[in-house]
Write a protein that binds this ligand. Structure first.
Ligand code: NAP
Ligand code: MG
Length: 462
């Protein structure tokens, strides 16, 4: 795999300040596919300075010109779609079809949506005797995880650039190569020097330096709740704006009137996709007592089909973590009906598609985010019981409701404490706001709501 040995700062690839590197490993075969520099506080400082220097020019650029750069960036990503997919497959381990259909395609769609929004958004509005200007917040520090490595970069950089902000990205150490490809696309799209900067490296070093840098006005983070808490605390101390997209433990609620087979099959597919490494995955399936045994049969059959079709999880550490959760599920009395803790292959960080029955709401596997191909099936006695279970975690990121009648599903969904709910298998919408209630996060990404995160208002009274 292609790997740059520098940082993309101020419009070019610059040598890193230190000599340390990060090895990128293919989780499917454990081979090293590349090396990137491990950034230090010095690299972060250079990147933030470049972003600050570029801010006055970029923020004063007409929205139509920003839109044109984003459209060119969309095209540059599209031209690289195949290379992007191959790179994500190499560093994340996702099967090629998933890499093409999701990891490469979704960022192109999102970038396209912000090219349009930059051109059409009302950056100025009249409110009575005031004119309200929507201005860029300033320099953005973006810290992203590995599970949808390009999507999560684009979901921050596209709205930030559309708003007129400049950006420094610190990508996940496990997936820096697709981030470097993105920097190449930015360069080719003619985005002015310093508007976008990339510093690869480790979270507690480069990531922390970015969060703490006084030249950063807004920190946008996606990742674990534990790191999110630290980042929010540091940002709070410095009165920086912060956006957090954290974990989830979403419920897939199957009401008795639903098409049970469809709801179970789509539900299992949702959890197994990307090897369960999706923050919005419906990792708890809630089934009425009267249909519970039938649903378990369907779920076990569906999970077995995924045996050879899912990729590995991202790293040995993640594999150990997921297997630890499976062992904990067994120890706490849940019943395995598919998969289990044994690694299905000798080489690569694979985990068997796993389904647990007899999961009760208080079990660890029903409360904590596992981030692997593990589904818990819970039973409920009536709708109120289902609602209590669905809302009974610290998270509130996503969810699903299935019912024979759409209105019945909507009525249930409206009582769920969660940021987005798919009704009877509704499709992902790249323009709908994405983000969490409760400990799933602060702020929203995507669409016009995602753009608003990067804007602040100035009101002039007449
Ligand atoms: P993580 O540590 O939260 O990683 C997310 C990003 O934050 C990475 O770029 C990471 O760098 C960086 N980071 C780590 N420590 C930091 C610090 N002290 N200051 C600033 N940045 C820091 O997540 P993880 O360790 O990769 O995964 C652990 C668990 O988090 C998963 O099992 C899953 O439950 C959850 N997770 C959730 C999401 C989501 O989409 N909500 C995504 C990924 C993971 P490094 O890459 O160098 O660690
Ligand atoms: Mg980490």
């Amino acid at each position: 795999m292609k790997a740059h040995d520098g940082m993309y700062i101020d419009g070019g690839w610059r040598p890193a300040a230190g000599g340390d590197t990060v090895e990128v490993v293919n989780p499917a075969d454990e081979q090293i596919v590349g090396r990137v520099p491990a950034g230090t506080a010095e690299d972060v400082d250079a990147a933030v300075r470049a972003a600050r220097a570029a801010l006055p020019g970029w923020s004063a650029t007409a929205p139509a010109e920003r839109a044109a750069r984003l459209a060119a960036l969309r095209d540059a990503l599209e031209a690289r779609a195949e290379e992007i997919a191959e790179t994500v497959t190499a560093e994340l381990g996702s099967p090629p079809k998933l890499s093409q259909a999701v990891h490469a395609a979704v960022p192109i769609a999102v970038m396209g949506s912000y090219a349009e929004l930059a051109a059409t958004y009302a950056f100025e509005e009249k409110v009575g005797n005031s004119v309200v200007h929507h201005e860029p917040v300033g320099v953005v520090g973006a810290i992203t995880p590995w599970n949808y490595p390009l999507h999560q970069i684009v979901a921050k950089v596209a709205p930030a650039l559309a708003a007129g902000c400049t950006v420094v990205v610190k990508p996940a150490e496990d997936t820096p190569l697709v981030a470097q490809l993105f920097a190449e696309a930015v360069h080719e799209a003619g985005v002015p020097a310093g508007v976008f900067n990339l510093v690869t490296g480790l979270g507690p070093v480069a990531g922390q330096a970015l969060v703490e840098h006084p030249g950063v006005d807004l920190v946008s983070f996606t990742g674990s709740t534990a790191v999110g808490q630290k980042i929010a605390a540091a940002a709070g101390a410095a009165i920086k704006k912060v956006a957090l997209e954290l974990g989830g433990k979403s419920a897939n609620v199957i009401l008795p009137s639903a098409d049970l087979a469809r709801a179970v099959n789509v539900g299992v597919a949702n959890v197994m996709s990307n090897s369960g490494q999706t923050c919005s995955a419906w990792t708890r399936m809630l089934v009425h007592t009267s249909q519970y045994e039938e649903a378990l049969g369907l779920a076990a059959t569906a999970a077995a089909k995924y045996g050879d079709r899912i990729g590995p999880v991202v790293s040995a550490r993640q594999q150990a973590r997921v297997r630890g959760y499976i062992e904990k599920g067994i120890a706490e009395g849940a019943r395995l009906i598919a998969g289990g803790p044994e690694a299905p292959r000798e080489r690569g960080y694979f985990v068997s598609p796993t389904v647990f029955a007899d999961v009760t709401p208080d079990m660890t596997i029903a409360q904590e985010e596992i981030f692997g191909p593990v589904l818990s099936v819970l039973r409920y006695t009536d709708e109120e019981d289902a609602l209590r279970i669905a809302n009974g975690t610290v998270y509130g990121l996503a969810g699903a409701v299935w019912a024979g009648d759409e209105a019945e599903a909507v009525a249930f969904a409206r009582r769920m404490e969660t940021g987005q709910v798919d009704i009877n298998g509704g499709r992902f919408n790249p323009r709908a706001p994405f983000g969490g209630y409760k400990q799933s996060g602060v702020g929203r990404e995507l669409g016009v709501h995602g753009l608003a995160e990067y804007l602040q208002t100035q009101s002039l009274q007449f």
